[in-house]
Design a binder for this molecule. Structure first.
Ligand code: NAP
Ligand code: ZN
Ligand code: ZN
Length: 362
């Protein structure tokens, strides 16, 4: 049973929460647990705005718990550590992504795949082990077990690095696991949004040839000149899609809305893989013939384990990979959500929590 969301815990916190499926966010006072012996507490400085935050605020997937404080691309500075914490010290710059808990005893947890543990606890809108509801990073303070703390490399900017904690790991993990982005491979990235634009950067850094498949012709020059993609295909342009047919070894599909898989499958070579990471609120239609004719695979992937998340952020720091961001104030959050819904962001909103949340208190 969920304990009352309003129940007073040791540490007062303030954030912005959605109260119902209208998704509208407003100021919210709540509390977080005290720093346990394995816990790390930090002052939140920045939080990225993932499209999943929008899905959650609007209860698109049907399991939102209100009041709902979104945010799972959270970075800040450590203010307190528990007596058993070894990984970080006070003053370190750290992050928390999509996970704050798992069972730590199953086969998946033992393989550093906490993200697939049946008892995995999401950073917000989930029940923690103690029965309380988890709250995310659109707030001033965070506490998490050290296993879920990502150490930020010294040269990684906190604002541009924040989105890597969800968008980064969500694309890095399948690019590696499915071998989509090795040298000699040609990978397609569908949807040039928060996930898609960092996917292009990771895939290039991993040595692959990259084609962006987009509904937005206006993103072409940036994709090619700035993000480093090798080619750009407008998915609604039949001629361009025809030319690209059968050229890709793999595709990473980051689209947030219902769309057709058929044209994407036609872009794959035989034995090609279509990896779904975008999470539309309704099922996609699975066409069988394009799969049979070419022995193609359609598969999904969810974020990544904590070990791989640290590996991803260290890799990003080494290759100068950050997200392209628009930094916004806390009280801009509803406008930002609306713009995100309308595909009007290049390419990730990041809330400047550290400098703006205090002023947003009523
Ligand atoms: P985003 O920034 O809004 O990007 C989504 C992109 O999809 C848009 O920029 C747009 O790119 C394309 N798109 C949007 N509507 C479309 C439509 N109707 N048809 C075709 N393309 C469309 O979102 P995001 O933060 O990258 O997240 C993308 C999805 O991944 C969301 O559903 C999110 O919940 C999910 N997600 C999944 C995981 C996971 O673990 N699997 C983790 C994080 C997020 P173009 O303009 O280039 O077409
Ligand atoms: Zn996310
Ligand atoms: Zn487990």
């Amino acid at each position: 049973m969920a304990r009352a969301a309003e129940e007073e815990r040791a540490v007062k916190a303030f954030g912005w929460a959605a109260r119902d499926s209208s998704g509208h966010l407003s100021p919210f006072h709540f509390s977080r647990r005290e720093t346990g012996e394995e816990d790390v507490r930090f002052k939140i400085l920045y939080c990225g705005m993932c499209h999943s935050d929008l899905h959650f605020c609007k209860n698109d997937w049907g399991f939102s718990i209100y009041p709902l404080v979104p945010g799972h691309e959270i970075v800040g500075e450590v203010t307190e550590i528990g007596s058993k914490v070894k990984k970080v010290k006070v003053g370190d710059k750290v992050g928390v992504g999509c996970l704050v808990g798992a069972c730590h005893s199953c086969e998946l947890c033992n393989d550093d795949l906490e993200n697939y543990c049946p008892k995995m606890v999401l950073t917000y809108s989930a029940l923690y082990h103690d029965g309380t509801v988890t709250y995310g990073g659109y707030s001033d303070t965070m506490v998490a077990n050290e296993r879920y703390i990502v150490l930020f490399p010294k040269n990684m900017p906190l604002d541009g690095g924040a989105p890597l904690l969800c968008a980064g790991i969500t694309v890095y993990s399948p690019l590696k696991y499915f071998g989509l982005a090795e040298p000699g491979k040609h990978v397609g990235i569908v949807g040039l949004g928060g996930l898609g634009h960092v996917a292009v950067k990771f895939a290039k850094a991993l040595g692959a040839k990259v084609t962006v498949i987009s509904t937005s012709p206006s993103k072409k020059s940036e994709a090619l000149e700035h993000l480093g993609a090798d080619s750009f295909v407008v998915s609604r342009d039949q001629d361009q899609m025809q030319i690209a047919m059968g050229t890709l070894d793999g595709i990473l599909d980051t689209v947030s809305a219902v769309h057709s898989m058929t044209p994407l499958l036609s872009l794959l070579k035989s034995h090609g893989k279509l990896v779904l990471v975008g999470a539309p609120d309704k099922p996609l239609e699975l066409p069988v013939f394009p799969l049979i004719m070419g022995r193609k695979t359609v598969v999904g992937s969810a974020i990544g384990g904590m070990k791989e998340t640290q590996e991803m952020i260290d890799f990003a720091a080494k290759h100068n990979i950050t997200a392209d961001i628009e930094v916004v104030a806390m009280d801009y959050v509803n406008t930002a959500i609306e713009r995100l819904k309308n595909n009007d962001v290049r390419y990730r909103f990041v809330i400047d929590i550290g400098n703006t949340i205090a002023a947003s208190k009523p």
